[in-house]
Design a protein around this ligand. Structure first.
Ligand SMILES: Cc1cc2nc3c(=O)[nH]c(=O)nc-3n(C[C@H](O)[C@H](O)[C@H](O)COP(=O)(O)OP(=O)(O)OC[C@H]3O[C@@H](n4cnc5c(N)ncnc54)[C@H](O)[C@@H]3O)c2cc1C
Length: 537
């Protein structure tokens, strides 16, 4: 079946929904999600959004903190723009009904600002400890009331409609006209045609065995853009969140950095603190340093987890400030007001992504990328906590304004002839075990060889394994009818390969990338982005 609209958005997190609301001012919108509308990283965000609003805070401070975290690879013009546009977007959210937590006795409804690692000021606006859910609920409610926006859940985009398809045509002569997507429930592939296509597919956490990300985070947007010919940047910079709950049933439940912001301490299992030995900011050091310190402690002591202790704070304060965390921990039999909680690091955020300009345009005409799937230049080699929701809003806004202007200027759009999906000679698979086995193997090899500490030997091993797996998956993909799992596996294998290749190319340690064979930062030769595109490697 063919569906036409002015805008096709792939992804219903904060980036996709914000774009949808703005784009609907101009035309018709179709917005896909591959699972339920609420299954996204955005919905899970706890800590909040960084934006300057405190009396003692300035844009300059926020810019400096972002640049420091980014370890020499941020684009300063982008950082300045994002930071300066933050407050007006927050105002916009509030006007649209998002309720951020305010100070208890404040007459002027002043925001209660949280503190997180790497920030020199309190500047994290939050809605208790379920900020993402509060924002997504509001945006979903507004978008559902809009007759121009059509939601299509359980539709997983397979590939972009690129014209011309010939691989020898340079990317600057290519344009995107929508995507093929599999209706997972009906098992049919539909063709979605639109003069503006937006990737808002989120991150790639599921490429690692342990992750804070939801199941949807399989790097589909990255893989589709790469296959289409777009440049991808800085994929070696994967942020590992230092504190995910260690519990067999918790499925990497994240313990927000805000808990350390409110004074929680990291301890060894014998109760001794260790962070002061690693960084002057102790438990509030930037995330990469805390994650590496924990990983080192685990390797040194052979323990399976370290402890996070907030018992010294008033229990009522803890219950009010972190109601969601408190309840969730109780479900696992842990009372955080009475006992320290066991935590481990897990893959959390993809700093690199599809290369875009300030209007979120990729290399392929008509194709935009917003949110975690994009590489805008804001994060550099390491994301400052709570800057990602802000980035998603700012770039969705830019992408919407730009694409609306484009459409208005174009008059009647003439769509090139595009074929519908054909399955060729593919048949139903009777060996689904291949998919689950390869999926598991990729996630394990990425965790063991391309994790928090890397080495040349581990990366070489990972590359050999992923090449063999990719060949097997490629064959499987063409022989059998596609399923949601197979589409994700194909994308995971490609993204894993791109992460490994990027890591191999960086012959230094910087920000989130640490290679024990090159432990120093090499500003002279390596202060550059790592760029990959199809045909390059
Ligand atoms: C547990 C957790 C806590 C976090 N806390 C914070 C925080 O406090 N502050 C902060 O700034 N950041 C935080 N982050 C990071 C932040 O939440 C994400 O970077 C951001 O929400 C990403 O938004 P997005 O719109 O790009 O993608 P997402 O919100 O992940 O949405 C992706 C969407 O794309 C869809 N999709 C993906 N692939 C396909 C496909 N092939 N076809 C169709 N649809 C597809 C999914 O179904 C989903 O709707 C947190 C992340 C996690 C995981």
């Amino acid at each position: 079946m063919r569906h036409e609209s002015d805008f096709l958005i792939i992804g219903q997190g904060i980036a996709g929904l914000w774009f949808a609301l703005r784009a609907a001012e101009q035309g018709t919108v179709i917005i896909l999600s591959k699972k339920d509308a609420r299954e996204s990283s955005s919905n899970l965000a706890q800590g909040g959004i960084a934006a300057v609003s405190g009396k003692d805070d300035t844009f300059e401070d926020h810019v400096r903190d972002t640049l420091t975290a980014g370890a020499g690879l941020c684009r300063e013009d982008v950082v300045r723009q994002v930071v300066s546009e933050g407050p007006s977007l927050i105002e916009h959210l509030v006007e649209n009904g998002v309720q951020f937590t305010t100070l208890k006795n404040s007459q002027a409804h002043e925001f209660d600002l949280g503190l997180e690692g790497g920030h020199s000021r309190r500047r994290i606006l939050h809605a208790s400890d379920f900020t993402g859910r509060e924002i997504i609920d509001r945006l979903l409610a507004l978008a559902s009331e809009n007759p121009r926006i059509r939601f299509m859940d359980y539709h997983i985009a397979v590939d972009l409609l690129i014209h011309p398809r010939c691989r020898y045509v340079p990317v600057k002569e290519k344009s995107c006209w929508g995507a093929y997507a599999l209706d997972v429930r009906q098992k049919t592939v539909h063709t979605f045609v639109a003069p503006v296509t937006v990737l808002a597919t989120g991150g790639t956490g599921k490429v690692y065995l342990y992750t804070s990300n939801p199941d949807i985070a399989t790097g589909d947007g990255l893989a589709m853009a790469y296959r289409g010919g777009a440049r991808i940047a800085n994929l070696e910079f994967i942020q590992f969140h230092p504190t995910c709950l260690y519990h067999p049933r918790a499925k990497s439940f994240l313990i927000s950095e805000a808990v350390r912001g409110e004074g929680a301490l990291l301890l060894r299992n014998d109760g001794s603190p260790f962070m002061e030995g690693y960084h002057p900011q102790g438990c509030l050091a930037p995330r990469d340093i805390v994650a590496r310190a924990i990983d080192q402690e685990l390797k040194k002591t052979g323990a399976e987890y370290v402890l996070l202790d907030i018992r010294h704070r008033d229990p009522d304060f803890v219950r009010t400030r972190f109601p969601n965390l408190y309840r969730k921990c109780l479900e696992f039999g842990l009372d955080m007001t009475r006992e320290p909680i066991p935590v481990v690091p897990a893959a959390h955020y993809t700093c690199g992504g599809v290369v875009v300009d300030v209007n979120a345009r990729s290399d392929i005409a008509n194709l935009y990328a917003i949110g975690e799937v994009a590489c805008t230049g804001l994060h550099g080699a390491n994301r400052l906590a709570s800057n990602s929701l802000l980035e998603a809003l700012v770039f969705s806004e830019h992408a919407a304004s730009h694409s609306i202007r484009q459409l208005r200027g174009q008059g009647k759009v003439s769509v090139p002839g595009l074929p519908d999906w054909t399955s060729g000679n593919a048949v139903d698979s009777d060996e689904s075990v291949v998919v689950s086995h390869n999926w598991d193997e990729i996630r394990r090899l990425m965790w063991n060889y391309v994790g928090i500490f890397r080495s040349n030997k581990r990366l070489e091993r990972a590359k050999r394994r992923i090449d063999a797996l990719a060949a097997e998956i490629h064959q499987y993909y063409w022989d059998f009818l596609i399923t949601g799992d197979l589409i994700e596996l194909r994308n995971l294998a490609l993204v894993a390969d791109l992460i490994i290749t990027s890591a191999v190319q960086r012959k230094e340690s910087r920000g989130l990338h640490y290679n024990i064979n090159y432990p120093m930062t090499d500003d002279l030769n390596e202060r550059r982005d790592t760029i990959l595109w199809k045909g390059y490697h």
